[in-house]
Design a protein around this ligand. Sequence first.
Ligand SMILES: Cc1cc2nc3c(=O)[nH]c(=O)nc-3n(C[C@H](O)[C@H](O)[C@H](O)COP(=O)(O)OP(=O)(O)OC[C@H]3O[C@@H](n4cnc5c(N)ncnc54)[C@H](O)[C@@H]3O)c2cc1C
Length: 292
Amino acid sequence: MKPPPFEYHSPTSLAEALAVLADRTDAKPLAGGQSLIPAMNFRLAAPAALVDLNRIDQLAGITESEGRIRIGAMTRHRAVERDGRIAARAPLLAEAMPHIAHPQIRSRGTIGGSLAHADPAAELPAVMVALDATLVLQDGAGERRIPATEFFTGLFATALRPGELVTAVEVPALAPRTGWAFDEFSRRHGDYALVGVAVMLSLRGQGRCDRVRIALLSVGDGPVLAGSAMETLQGTRPTPEAIREAAERAAREDIAPPSDIHASESYRRQLVRVLTRRALTRAAARAAGARP
Ligand SMILES: Cc1cc2nc3c(=O)[nH]c(=O)nc-3n(C[C@H](O)[C@H](O)[C@H](O)COP(=O)(O)OP(=O)(O)OC[C@H]3O[C@@H](n4cnc5c(N)ncnc54)[C@H](O)[C@@H]3O)c2cc1C
């Protein structure tokens, strides 16, 4: 099928794009088009106008300053995957990127598009929640910043206001004695995951957990922060027993996963149990200085 007719705008500056979006409430931004165009072709989305962000150079690129890495919204997944600074300073993100779709899709898909789309099965929303990232949003009235935990508000829903764009996401650079791990299970590599988990774990003196963040994907309406599991590990040594208990609580208490044609609720809980245990074990070893 082909999409219904739409107006096409191709601004070359952010100001121009925001002006069109302010003017046309029935317009949608177009980034990599890897989700929006299929949705339009299936007539699940029918915006009257598209505001193509692809010619706005200022929205793409990766920079680092004051311990934070800023990734412009139009930075392609593939550019993030291949960036040396991301590998060194935000390795959780680097580890998750190859799980997103296939290289062809990663060559077009963008960070901002994936976050704005807020698919509950997408990797990046959970990774940003685990990293405690900040979304940078802008409309004609100015810029605002919002933590990833507050940005995702429901099924394909975000805190974006009409006419507002994601312009960047900022992630804290890896702190000392901090480990990370991303893991997921999908039926074929590149498919959306049945369950995924992103972990950040910092150790303090005597090897106790100082800060633990565990974010799960594909088990709710959006990324789920596994609060009970995090609480289990806080201030304790990440022994195999403690990790096993945290993973158990994640599976039993932190989620209300759907049963659908892809997997039953109980199967998803079992995947959370196993993947969380594996990811925490790897993150704890890395925090303690083991080689990745
Ligand atoms: C076969 C296939 C498999 C895939 N598998 C996966 C997968 O395993 N994991 C995964 O995470 N993704 C997967 N994707 C989706 C892919 O990662 C997309 O790149 C991503 O979902 C959307 O990014 P995009 O840049 O293409 O956005 P677009 O499709 O252009 O836009 C998506 C939505 O976000 C809005 N938008 C875009 N940019 C902005 C912005 N800067 N500010 C505000 N709103 C904006 C658009 O208006 C639209 O509503 C898959 C896609 C395909 C086609």
